[in-house]
Design a protein around this ligand. Structure first.
Ligand SMILES: Cc1cc2nc3c(=O)[nH]c(=O)nc-3n(C[C@H](O)[C@H](O)[C@H](O)COP(=O)(O)OP(=O)(O)OC[C@H]3O[C@@H](n4cnc5c(N)ncnc54)[C@H](O)[C@@H]3O)c2cc1C
Length: 436
């Protein structure tokens, strides 16, 4: 393609970040192409499966009326597991059963991503599948296009949006992002298990379109920093684990061992019983933290979504999809400003960071920036304390003829013997600061 036929914008990757950006730009009348290496959008993507949709609802109001979402999440549980027991906190809110359904839906990316990309195409975006981008073409200090494996070869543009997900070799090759330490990456694996709709609703106590998200800590990942999950879809369950790549490396285990161990737990095996394995996938999650974010822009280029490390590390939320979409939208707004000024230099594109700083994206990343450091310094919160809490609860509720005063005394003795109170107080204070 000749230089004069260039696109207003080239987006690399048809995940939530790339499609949101492309959709918003096409709606505003710009010529946009998305280059996606998969056969179709969604074929290469892995997500636990909870779509947080405040941004999507802005981009396509009431999207749930037409989008292939699975279930609206009205029920949430958080559990600590030991090797064979469970301590659970659960909640169910009827308000979440009403539009906008708390902006929390279970989705299967294999269905959701093609739908979202089609919406972008309908808005005027050109989507090219099986289009791997090998390199960003830089002239002087400005990105001017991409080198692809397509017949057309090189494509040119005013601005490249890198939305290629967690590995982001392109941003690394430009020096925007360094190679990340294993403690800043989470290694995950996920299975999709098929079960009849009625069985899912009965097992998880759901009606109609209602869904549940179940999060598991402690023994679910053998006490590593990480967690496991079960999310209900219409006729499948999404079951997965994610643990710090550092812990998996030094713990000499594999994600597959962890998920098999999780599914065999007495609390879990009855939830997944009879589930037919439809899909198995493995992926990474970037948990760089606010202090380790890459350079987000350069002349003619913007980094979005997982490629930029935009994932909320707080284990209570696991929010990546919404941040990816928010960054895609902020990139589109910045590009529209640059187009108006006919200036795609870093001076104008750096407005992207300011937009993100004013939004929940960088505010939340900043708020929770201490989490990975906390996890490294306080491994007792992931193994010893969860195990002790389960043991204490079991002792407390074990029925015997021992007078309650005496059993209470034994419980207190156990706590005194097993807990260093200064260490606990320091840990709790740090946890309060980084998690809440
Ligand atoms: C196991 C797991 C569970 C998760 N659970 C949740 C959850 O429940 N809720 C949540 O909100 N988030 C979750 N996340 C995070 C969430 O999946 C990501 O934050 C989100 O998908 C990021 O979107 P993205 O558009 O930046 O990247 P992606 O969705 O990764 O999309 C990147 C796209 O770029 C394409 N691509 C890559 N390289 C190239 C190239 N060179 N040329 C062309 N195309 C390329 C890829 O094929 C892909 O389609 C989870 C992640 C994992 C791994």
């Amino acid at each position: 393609m000749a230089n004069e036929e260039k696109f207003d914008c080239i987006v690399v990757g048809a995940g939530p970040a790339g499609v949101t950006c492309a959709y918003a730009l096409a709606k505003a009348g710009l010529s946009v192409v998305i280059l996606e290496r998969g056969e179709v959008p969604g074929s290469k993507n892995v997500m636990g499966g909870i779509l947080y949709s405040t941004i999507l609802n802005k981009v396509i109001p009431n999207f749930w009326e037409e989008a292939p979402v699975e279930r609206r999440i009205v029920k949430k549980t958080f559990s600590i597991l030991s090797a064979d027991s469970e301590l659970q906190m659960g909640m169910r809110f009827e308000d979440f059963n009403k539009p906008p359904f708390n902006n929390t839906f279970s989705v299967l990316r294999g269905k959701f991503d093609p739908w979202y990309a089609k919406k972008a195409e309908q808005a005027g975006v050109m989507l090219l599948n099986e289009a791997v981008v090998d390199k960003i073409i830089v002239e002087g200090s400005k990105a001017v296009g991409v080198k692809t494996r397509l017949e057309e070869g090189d494509l040119f543009t005013d601005v490249v949006v890198v939305a290629e997900g967690v590995t982001s070799l392109l941003s690394q090759s430009l020096g925007l992002r360094g190679t990340h330490m294993p403690e800043h990456m989470v290694t995950c694996c996920k299975e999709i298990l098929e079960l009849p709709r009625g069985v899912i609703e009965e097992r998880f106590n759901l009606e109609g379109e209602e869904g549940a998200s179940l999060e598991y800590f402690g023994g679910s990942v053998k006490g590593f920093v990480g967690s496991a999950f079960i999310y209900t879809n219409k006729e499948t369950l999404s079951v997965g684990i994610g643990a710090s790549t550092r812990d998996i490396k030094y713990g000499k285990t594999t994600p597959n061992d962890l998920i098999e161990n999780f599914k065999a737990h007495p609390s879990i095996r009855r939830l997944v019983k009879g589930g037919k394995l439809l899909e198995y996938s493995a992926h990474m999650i970037p948990e760089f933290g606010y202090d380790h974010l890459p350079e987000l822009t350069m002349n003619g280029l913007i980094l979005t979504g997982d490629a930029a490390g935009f994932v909320n590390m707080n284990p209570m939320f696991h929010e990546g999809s919404n941040l990816a979409m928010a960054s895609g939208l902020a990139a589109a707004e910045t590009i529209l400003e640059a187009k108006q000024k006919n200036d795609f230099s870093n001076k104008v594109l750096s407005g992207y960071r300011r937009r993100l700083a004013d939004s929940f994206v960088l505010k939340d990343l900043k708020r929770y920036k201490g989490i990975s450091d906390f996890a490294i310094r306080h491994p007792e919160f992931f193994k010893e304390y969860p195990e002790l809490m389960i043991e204490l609860a079991r002792d407390f509720f074990t029925v015997s003829e021992m007078p309650k005063g005496k059993s209470r005394g034994l419980l207190i003795k156990k706590i005194i013997k097993r807990v260093n109170f200064l260490k606990l107080a320091i840990g709790l204070n740090r946890a309060r600061k980084v998690m809440f």
